[in-house]
Design a binder for this molecule. Sequence first.
Ligand code: SF4
Ligand code: SF4
Ligand code: SF4
Ligand code: FES
Length: 959
Amino acid sequence: MQSIAEQDLGTPERHAQQQVTLQVDGCEVTVPAGTSVMRAAALADRGIPKLCATDQLEAFGSCRMCLVQIEGMKGYPASCTTPVAQGMRVTTQNPQLAQLRRGVMELYISDHPLDCLTCPANGHCELQDMAGAVGLREVRYGYEGANHLDAPKDESNPYFTFDASKCIVCSRCVRACDEQQGTLALTIAGRGFDSSVAASQGQSFMDSECVSCGACVQACPTATLSEKSLIEKGQAERSVVTTCAYCGVGCSFRAEMRGEELIRMVPNKDGHANHGHSCVKGRFAIGYATHPDRIVKPMIRATISEPWREVSWEEAIAHAAGELRRIQGKYGRDSIGGITSSRCSNEETYLVQKLVRAGFGNNNVDTCARVCHSPTGYGLKQTLGESAGTQTFDSVMDADVIMVIGANPTDAHPVFASQMKRRLRQGARLIVADPRRIDLVRTPHIEAAHHLQLRPGTNVALVNSLAHVIVTEGLVKEDFVRERCEVESFDKWRAFVAEPRNSPEAMEAVTGVPAATLRAAARLYATGGNGAIYYGLGVTEHSQGSTMVMGIANLAMATGNVGRSGVGVNPLRGQNNVQGSCDMGSFPHEFPGYRHVADEAVRRQFEQSWGVKLLDEPGLRIPNMFEAALDGEFKALYIQGEDIAQSDPNTQHVTAALSAMECIIVQDLFLNESAKFAHVFLPGCSFLEKDGTFTNAERRISPVRRVMRPKSGYADWEVTQLLARALGMKMDYSHPSEIMDEIAALTPTFTGVSFARLEELGSIQWPCNDAAPTGTPFMHVGSFVRGKGRFLVTEYVPTDEKVNARYPLILTTGRILSQYNVGAQTRRTPNVQWHAEDRLEIHPHDAEERGIRQDDWVGVQSRAGETVLRAEITPRVQPGVVYTTFHFPELGVNVITTENSDWATNCPEYKVTAVQVTRVTQPSEWQRRYREFDQRQQELLQAAAHAGAAPALAGSGAE
Ligand code: SF4
Ligand code: SF4
Ligand code: SF4
Ligand code: FES
């Protein structure tokens, strides 16, 4: 169904040099060649009735509602499938056309329930609109004959319903699933009167291949496919454009509201990152925002074994500030710090780092990007000169060869994956480098040309081998390198990768990738046209994460694949605002805009603006904070929107560090794992409750708009401001737009960014300044940000995490579509119906050797700890490798991950842990302790609820 504010022009936009002028009902209109008559007419304000056409999908021409007359043409062609021609004269309405359309509509209506008044689509139904538009006044055929009025409903999907009795078999849903989503889960089964929509092989939606992206629901012109929330709550009365708070794709949505109640999220057709598409998380998994587990009152306690006490905001803030000052007085200035979150907005993140630097008086601020993409920031800055991806998502449509390294876009970046799949179906070639057979390797109508199924931990060996082939087989783009790069660095790198020890043959024993396959992949990337690399945490979360990022940049530069559409180096960021949290100066050594704290000119600028003296020494990184806490030197931590007790490696080490501190202040929606160790809880806001901006993986700054009041009374930035004031800082923002103004004034890449500009442009890719007033879709065009591109030698150094007889398997971790990160949000939605627990994927050979059967409980032991989960036997993983996700705290996957980390950035080596796997019958010791601790903490929370007002949302509907 259409959302309230979007106009549908009937068929997709065409881009062509040649323009064509025609007349529609006497009005002249000029459009690009290839445009349909229907779209041209709509642009000339002549709406032609339609049912099977929509501008999100290619025309199909099945309903015959859109007939027109064209001078010189026989009969009545369908305007949706007829392209415009120069000088064409089109008539959209006359008595014959009206009669024909009424006849078609009469047939539709004669097999459609006439329950319009109680239908969820009433008032927004295209069938109803078209019946009105064609002037249907009577239906001459009764209901006596065969019809579909008793066709059954499919209610299996938790978010939408399929009511076959209302289906007009227009095929829009089928085409949406094919063209937009690329899952191809739907077909039209049967013929003629018996034709009907079928999911997979006639299964229910829930049992089919459907991934619940909602594209079919969006496309359906009737109420056949409808959101359950719409059916239950009725239609919205207003909509607000905002940005998804889940992954780094940054999809734009219209939040459709009635009063303070969210009716549904509708993907925004004008969204620059998603163009009207969505995934199950952003589209449907929003019930967490009003979940009864939300804590909306501030709480404090003296120790973590005491019950929480609900207090006023004033008392909570005064207590938190008092504790911070007390601890600094006792243990010194550097004994406290803060952690910003990639789930929070740019403005919130900026304020937290400002509070730490200017209010705490040290640089002890870090962010969760430390544990995901910090190597991206470092590696790309060193080689290309800017800590960010080089392209727009749309650039993939110009790629000829797509190389996906250590990323699983269909699960972790689903909307971008759909776009990538569209390009692959058009013929682009695909190389996948991943230890696991991810969906992209083979999916409907797509097959990777090469799957480089390397052993976890051997990325650098692989990239060096790829480079070896390019260099030794004369595939380097010499002119690009000579003109754009530091030649000396290139020569050094060329000599290094050309060494025989880096050849695919020499490295085969290390990577496990057959040399011939690797050679073929290298040739394809270097010679197949525009080559684009997309990578994820499978690249960064290694002891050589930064080296691998540099290796990727080397590869792109050597082949001339930088600086235009269709190419580039593209880190796929996990969380919604990873890019932004890094941009905003969350790292201890950098001010906003990636400028070192030791840079005196930059520091002076911030000192002048903030009115305080700032330190020129980097502060503590998260792992250093833990070490210092265990050494008794670091005593207090302010954590905004992050759950380090679940997401950071070696859980027992993390919780020991948290337990050693005297004051932990957690600002969050729920009592997360870290909050169980906290002394002050400051209720946070969901993205629906605040204004601000997120920056996605394309460097795209998009607006987040408040659609409902903050449940706790304050937006997150206001809470930070209250804390800052209580600490004696002067902070007087009255709106996040003023924070952005300050960011823009202090950060050269943001100079042109403001809320007003975002309102005007919709979104902006930084750098946005005088040189690029509307933003920068492609980086490094003409020259690199650092001037000349720098090649760096990337010596392969095997990780210290070795397999041996005791720990013979390698555990690697990843994500799944329906859950998000630590799962705090998605676990509180019906998404658990797809993924209710984390499981251990194990190859049939490894399972058989250990006597493990499907669904058995298995213990996974590493040098750091042990946990227990159920086995999933699958050839998706190679022998010797096991895999799991990390969305459920009780699984405790990070109990087994180690503290090994990237040499440059300390990003943990989540992707390589040597383990043993055995059949077990009971939970691990850690899990038993976890359950007891969790239960105790829930009781202490309940005590607060009973002592004062309940922490649950008064009157909130649990979704
Ligand atoms: S379910 Fe909707 S979109 Fe699909 S064929 Fe039926 S009416 Fe058309
Ligand atoms: S929800 Fe998405 S995946 Fe499922 S059938 Fe509809 S379009 Fe296909
Ligand atoms: S792809 Fe990412 S940003 Fe888009 S709707 Fe899904 S979770 Fe949200
Ligand atoms: S809208 Fe053109 S044939 Fe259906």
